[in-house]
Write a protein that binds this ligand. Sequence first.
Ligand code: F6P
Length: 365
Amino acid sequence: MKKIRKIGILTGGGDCPGLNAVIRAVVHTAQRQYGIKVCGIMDGYSGLIHKTVCQLELADVSGILPRGGTILGTSNRDNPFHYAKETRSAPDDYHDVSAEALKTIETNEIDALLTVGGDGTQSIAQRFFQKYQLPVIGVPKTIDNDLNGTDVTFGFDTALGVATAAIDRLHSTAEAHHRVMVIEVMGRYAGWIALHSGMAGGGDVILIPEIPFKMDKICAKILERQKKGKRFSLVVVAEGAKAEGGQVVVARQVRDGSDPFRLGGIAAMVGNQIEDRTGIESRFTILGHVQRGGSPTPFDRILATRFGYHAVAAAVSRKFGCLVGLRGTGIKTTTIKEAIAVPRRVDAANDLVKTAMAVGTCFGK
Ligand code: F6P
């Protein structure tokens, strides 16, 4: 069995708090436990295409544990299997440059590649694994928490904290002005951030992609509260939520991203309709990328560190094509193929949904 001498690591897709904690754990574990060298691929798969690789020493990862972002940079463009030189190129300008990207692995003598990312990053890792038997190990990250193979992705807990703090702030101003406050949180096509932050922040209405809503149900809930003397309401809406029989609200359509749709704007639609239908003054807030920035929570720092350590161990045991994940309290591996087969979404029969309903939360149904 060939000995692993050098590990490569890249961070792909949208950034999230905890990426630096993974990089730090990987460098420490590789060097201290196994005497393995580590190199960083810059800006996700872009670094493989453009051959931007750097050696990572212990000194390079010193002090990065609490820092948001990623010292390696990231990109949710630059898919080597579907790549165009220019941003927003015409559809026929996209080419498969994966063989070129692979050369970067070979020339840098990388024996295993750790791909830290969400479904987009892991799908590309899987293609490399299938087409070239590239020795990859996946590490699941995303604030959206929508990846299978793990009970939770790192980054989610930090985003949840930011969203909950924002809801708390909106609570007091909503109450003071007797208004409806609608807050839009991220999550793409999964409602995890909205569900958890809505519950933690005491949202009166929570709208998630998995439960299409009816405007009249939302308005009935708000009017019922008003009748009982509660002259304000908080509505937490996931960016991917949609009305029954309706479509998601798209802020912009693009050609070069891993997802052609940039979601955004549902809060304005919901807020304006509430005001029109109930006569209660409404405002909306789109929380946006604030949810992805800043220092990771202790939970995310620890989870990211555990993932980094176990990803190196998985590489040493040559568990290629696998993804490390949290299962209960332990770290286990599953195949990347399994993890990306279907997105992890909220089940409407989920205990959290039932619990939220039991305490009076309206899901617009
Ligand atoms: O996947 C993470 C995420 O923050 C989503 O919640 C959001 O829809 C998307 O990325 C935004 O991506 P971008 O960085 O391209 O604006």
